[in-house]
Design a protein around this ligand. Sequence first.
Ligand SMILES: Cc1cc2nc3c(=O)[nH]c(=O)nc-3n(C[C@H](O)[C@H](O)[C@H](O)COP(=O)(O)O)c2cc1C
Ligand code: SF4
Ligand code: SF4
Length: 292
Amino acid sequence: MKGRIYYFTGTGNSMRAARVIAGSLENTEIVSMRTDPRDYPATDCDVVGFIYPVYHWTMPAPAVKFVEDLDINPKAYIFAVAMPSFICGYACEKLAEILKKKNTSIDYGNMVYSVANYAIVYPPFPPAKLRVPKTERKLGIIAREIAGFTKREYPRENRFIKKKRERVMTPYLELQKYADNPFTISEECISCGLCSRVCPCKNIKLMDGIPTFMHHCANCMACVVSCPKRAIGYEITGGDRKLLDASGSKTFLVKIMGLPKKRKLYMNPYITATDLTKDSEQWQKEAKQEKK
Ligand SMILES: Cc1cc2nc3c(=O)[nH]c(=O)nc-3n(C[C@H](O)[C@H](O)[C@H](O)COP(=O)(O)O)c2cc1C
Ligand code: SF4
Ligand code: SF4
């Protein structure tokens, strides 16, 4: 058997889930969706998994693009695990939609409520010490179900959320092209380049030692939480606010965005910034080596 789990992550929840589930399967590798899908096709895989956070009540745009460009064995056992904090919305249906175009479907779908990590909008909640143990328990159950090749209907969006998503979130998604305009780099930056190495969208380049944002940001928070100097801020100043308003936004979300220096940040406790820099892992092999 050959398995491969593709994950998109900003703050490690989805990577942790990928590792736990891979640990329950034989010969299974985990691969970040920041790689080129042509380098890691799933054409020879018997088990294929997709694990990702929920952004704006749907699947993150870079994960959508990755799966669209991925070649998959249509006969594989395919599973999907979304990692929302509270609202899963259309996240699983979106994946099902993409897979349908590839003449395949989700055999097992589930979601795991995780710590909300959107630091430029709110402090992490619920507190990690309360939610992470629950998340871990549910991941254990899901890992056993997937190892037994269980079939499960994926979570569907309810009508109330669908209506709200179309009205509130769709215009907000239009603003994503401006998502990294408000990032600031303070004088505390030591030009270590970690922010660039953890970014799942390859959106940060060091120019003369200064991190520079390339305008294809998913707002995943990886750079913000990984910076050892906490040098990355987020400030919607006059110019950016005008731009956002001009694009018809004026959404509640945009109004409250910012990153006060004292705001608490969240990173999954089982994952480090170094882990986020990895593109792929033969997880079982590494786990065995760790045990020795
Ligand atoms: C840009 C952004 C948008 C988000 N939107 C949602 C959402 O619509 N619904 C939800 O339940 N959680 C939302 N979250 C929270 C994340 O989905 C959640 O914290 C997830 O577990 C993070 O996974 P990761 O650690 O693998 O990046 C959002 C987070 C970010 C950064
Ligand atoms: S991680 Fe922080 S200190 Fe390092 S280059 Fe990026 S902003 Fe500067
Ligand atoms: S620039 Fe930062 S927030 Fe944007 S995608 Fe990269 S790591 Fe995530």
